[in-house]
Structures are given as C-alpha cells and as structure tokens.
Design a protein around this ligand. Structure first.
Ligand code: NIG
Ligand code: FE
Length: 389
C-alpha cells in the first residue's frame, strides 16, 4: 500500500486531545502519514518517517474531513420559485415537499443517481468526506426502495425516511400510510438502510405515529434518528431521547425540559443552520445546549426545499455568527460531532488507525472557515487515503 506524508502543516486539528493542545488536539509544524486508507502516523515535520510520496502543506491548516450527518439528496428538480416567494415573505411549510415528491417519482434511476453523485462531488470539493443521506421524496414502496438502493451505492450512511410526510394518496387516511411505512415499505427499504428517521412535527407525524415508526424500524435492525422541533415546540426531542435515537435533528424550538432530556441522555443534537438561513427562521441556540452539556453536531440538511446548501464551511460560519458557537466548537461539531451523530469512531478525528479523511485549507488557521465566510478555502481533500479532485 502506498504511503504519503503531508508535512509542514501550520495547524493540524486532530480532534484527539491526547495528541495535541486543547479539546481539538491541535499541533503546529505537524505532519501526517497516510498508509492505504488509514492514518498511520502523526507527529512533527522534523520526525516524519520516509514515505512513498510527499505533500508540502507550506504552513497551511489541515482538519479532519467534514462529516455531514444529515442530508436529503435523493430528489429531482428544484424549488427556486418557492425560495423566491419565501424571500418575499411567504412562510416555509412542509407542504413544499409534495412538489419534490412529484418530480422525484418522475425521474429515472439514472437521473436520481446522477443528481446524487453531482451533489456528493460538490460536497467533497468543500471538504466533506462522509455524507448521510435520506429517502423521503418517493413515498411509495418502489420509490423509497429505489432511492435507498441508489444511495447505498455511494454511502453506507443511508436513512429510510418513508415517514417524511404522509403520501398524497393517503391524505384522507394517514393511519393507513403509517401501516405502509411500518410494513411493506419498511420490508423493501430495510436492506438498503442503516437508519430510520421520522419527521415528528405538526403537519407531518405526531408522537404516537413517530414512536410506532421508530419501533418498527428498530425491529428490522434500523437505528433511529428524528427530525425534531424544527417548525415549533413539540414532542420530537424527548421522544428521540426516549427511543434511544443517536441524534435529534433541527432542535430549533426547545423547552428547558427538552434541553434537560438531551443533557441527561445520549442523543446528539444535530443543528442545521442552512435551514434557518433559507427559511428565515430563528436559529437554534447552540450555546444553551453546549452549556447544558449536550453533544452538538452541525450538518447541512442539504435538500431542495428548506436548505439548499451543500457547504459545511457555510454552516460553520453561520453557527459562529448566529448560534453562539466559538470557531473551535463549530469545527468540532462539523467533524467529531457529525461522527458522534452517526455513531462512528473511525471518522471525525485524525488519530493513527482512523480513516484517512482530511482537508487541507488555503488558510493558516481553521478559524478562517468562520472568519472568511463564502471564500473557497478547501485546497485539497483526501478521502479513504486517496487525494480526490
Ligand atoms: O429537514 N423537515 C423535513 N424535511 C426537510 C425539508 C424538506 C423539504 O422542504 O423538501 C428538512 O428541513
Ligand atoms: Fe432534514
């Protein structure tokens, strides 16, 4: 297996406090050796072992690749008109999902695959090396299963979201749709999914349906995660903690009891700043969660309705500017936090033995990700040890 050394790294973020300073385990004038798909060695430039090839970072920063633990990339079409209307004052509602369902059902497998691949490429160019993505724009057994089949060829982090909204055909009989989602649709989707998710919100699924859906998924080996408290207060967050969900996502409208439940449980709070940005909603209070001791992740929620950004650097910048996070906390949440939200210990940190997923920044410090918003600062990316374009 070929080995590569990246040397003269001005600031290396390992996210491993035992390897360097502070919670991010920072090292200066550092070097990383990649062997095959793994990190083989970390130390100072002067001690770097001999390798097959070499990359000079010339004082720039290296960080773990971003872990985008929440996206919806199995879709066709876009919702430009809805966005334009929203920017003129129309509120965001989950109803817009239906127009993407119509477009997605019409698309061929090849079109869905190409659209997914294009978004994954876009994400990689922005430093993202792991992507979770969901079904949820098919809402028939066939359309949900094919979305997950397409997704599975690109990422192991696939989530069955048949419970995104009630399919339009079942508008008069939502219980029958829950029976489909927990029955034949689940059977068809389970082979291609790692996770099950439910949009627990007024206008989507209530607490009882959400519990039923998560329990059915768990019985088929799918681990739960929840879209919770996005559009208003509700039962989603506490239900996620009760169900042992690895992550409760959005967490925009939280009561003190929600924060306490998260702090007392093991569920990660995944915050999605692109969503509040694009829907003109109030931002979630990351500071409140961190102060309470909750593990916070940041993700894009990339989808054509509520958050059509694929950029983790953008999410970091917004989280720092608007959500009370320090640049260090936001970087941790976009890397190690995302790994926690996917229950992965092989990614999100740079430690010998970890997956060699990392990004070289065109900046001396990762603080520049927040300090220079909108500037393309990702200079090079390695994924599974290979330099990717
Ligand atoms: O996470 N909340 C539900 N689903 C997506 C939005 C989907 C859409 O508007 O198309 C979200 O924000
Ligand atoms: Fe989402």
């Amino acid at each position: 297996m070929a080995s590569t050394a990246i040397t003269r790294i001005g600031t290396l973020i390992t996210n491993n406090p035992s390897l360097g300073h502070g919670p991010l385990g920072q090292l200066h004038d550092a070097a990383v050796v990649i062997d095959g798909d793994r990190i083989a060695w970390i130390g100072t430039t002067s001690e770097t072992p001999t390798t097959d090839s070499h990359h000079d970072a010339a004082g720039r920063a290296v960080i773990p690749g971003f872990v985008d633990s929440h996206s919806h990339l199995l879709f066709a079409g876009d919702r430009t008109e809805e966005f334009t209307a929203r920017m003129s004052g129309r509120p965001y509602t989950a109803g817009g999902i239906r127009s993407t369902v119509t477009a997605t059902r019409r698309a061929s497998d090849q079109q869905l695959d190409a659209n997914l691949a294009a978004h994954l490429t876009e994400m990689r160019r922005q430093g993202t090396t792991t992507v979770e993505t969901k079904s949820g724009y098919g809402l028939t057994t066939e359309d949900e299963a094919r979305a997950l089949r397409v997704a599975r060829a690109h990422t192991p982090e696939t989530t069955y979201l048949g419970a995104h909204i009630t399919a339009p055909e079942y508008a008069e009989d939502p219980d029958a749709y829950v029976a489909l989602v927990t029955g034949p649709m689940l059977d068809a989707c389970a082979p291609y999914a790692r996770w099950i998710d439910v949009f627990c919100e007024r206008g989507a699924f209530g607490a009882d349906a959400a519990r039923t859906i998560l329990a059915a998924g768990r019985a088929r080996g799918l681990a739960p995660r929840v879209h919770a408290n996005q559009l208003g207060p509700g039962p989603g967050v506490q239900l996620a903690v009760e169900a042992g969900a690895v992550s409760a996502d959005h967490c925009t409208h939280l009561t003190d009891a929600d924060v306490t439940a998260l702090a007392d449980g093991d569920t990660v709070a995944t915050l999605l700043p692109g969503c509040e940005f694009s829907t003109r909603a109030p931002y979630p209070d990351a500071r409140r969660l961190i102060t309470a001791g909750v593990t916070v992740a940041l993700a894009t929620d990339c989808n054509p309705g509520s958050s059509y950004t694929s950029s983790m650097p953008f999410c970091i910048a917004v989280a720092v500017r608007e959500m009370g996070m320090t640049p260090e906390e936001a970087l941790w949440s976009a890397t190690a936090g995302g790994a926690a939200a996917l229950a992965r210990d092989d990614i999100g940190h740079l430690t010998p033995g970890a997956r060699a997923d990392l990004a070289l920044l065109a900046a001396p410090s990762p603080v520049h990700l927040a300090y220079r918003p909108g500037v393309p600062l990702i200079e090079a990316v390695w994924q599974n040890g290979a330099r990717v374009p």
